[in-house]
Design a protein around this ligand. Structure first.
Ligand code: ADP
Ligand code: MG
Length: 211
């Protein structure tokens, strides 16, 4: 069984993982790593609880390089405010020894407070579809430097009726970038979106019953 040490992670990232007490990558983490590192678009499908958040965070952070840029280079869209908070926490734990500015944005809180934080500079922006769209339409969030777009819980995002917001966000992203999509299930809605907006992402799928 592979350990995190086999993944040849930068020291700062490995130290953070050691402090979390994690020793072995989960199957989705192991399988997503080379695909995401290759730069190809990816659609990852695995049940809840299989470790999908680290499956995209680890390769993104493994490749992390300092850049003198103040607008987000990584955008992560998740369905709910609770998930924004959770993903931000996980990024912060993993980047404890790195210089990465992470910000979570979601509805239900004053948008001006969030605008101020965006203007202060952000490297990894995590948000709900609605608030992400609103901040981008207001030209507060700028997508000019986005190299990676992650849509996590894509099935849930579409189940909650956020197709319009996702489409709108995608239409505002003009840069060449890597798209990384994750879902617990492959639904017709997810499949439709893949066909309409993405160019044959490589599918990494874990059998529900385990192998
Ligand atoms: P999913 O998104 O697939 O539902 P999460 O990414 O939320 O799963 O991870 C589920 C739980 O497993 C979290 O508490 C997370 O911290 C933990 N976890 C993730 N990767 C590992 C690992 N390699 N070893 C041990 N625990 C892990
Ligand atoms: Mg998840």
């Amino acid at each position: 069984m592979a350990t995190f040490h086999d993944l040849d992670l930068p020291k700062a990232l490995q130290k953070a993982i050691d402090e979390l007490g994690f020793t072995n990558p989960t199957p989705i983490q192991e399988r997503a790593m080379p695909v995401i590192l290759s730069g190809r678009d990816m659609m990852g499908i695995a049940q809840t609880g299989t470790g999908k958040t680290f499956a995209y965070l680890l390769p993104i952070l493994k490749q992390w390089k300092f850049a003198n840029v103040h607008v987000p280079r990584v955008v992560i869209v998740v369905p709910t405010r609770e998930l924004v908070v959770q993903v931000v926490e996980e990024v912060e734990k993993l980047t404890a020894y790195m210089s990465v500015r992470t910000l979570g944005v979601y509805g239900g809180v004053n948008i001006n407070t969030q605008k101020t934080k965006v203007y202060e500079g952000v490297d990894i922006l995590v948000g709900t579809p609605g608030r992400m769209m609103d901040l981008a339409l207001d030209n507060v969030v700028r997508f000019d430097e986005v190299k990676k777009l992650v849509i996590d819980e894509f099935d849930e995002i579409l189940n909650l009726g956020f197709r319009f917001q996702i489409t709108s966000i995608l239409s505002m992203m003009k840069t060449k970038r890597q798209n990384i999509l994750f879902s617990a299930t492959m639904t017709d809605d997810v499949d439709d979106m893949l066909n309409d907006f993405f160019d044959f992402p490589e599918e990494v799928s874990l059998a529900a019953s385990g192998t």
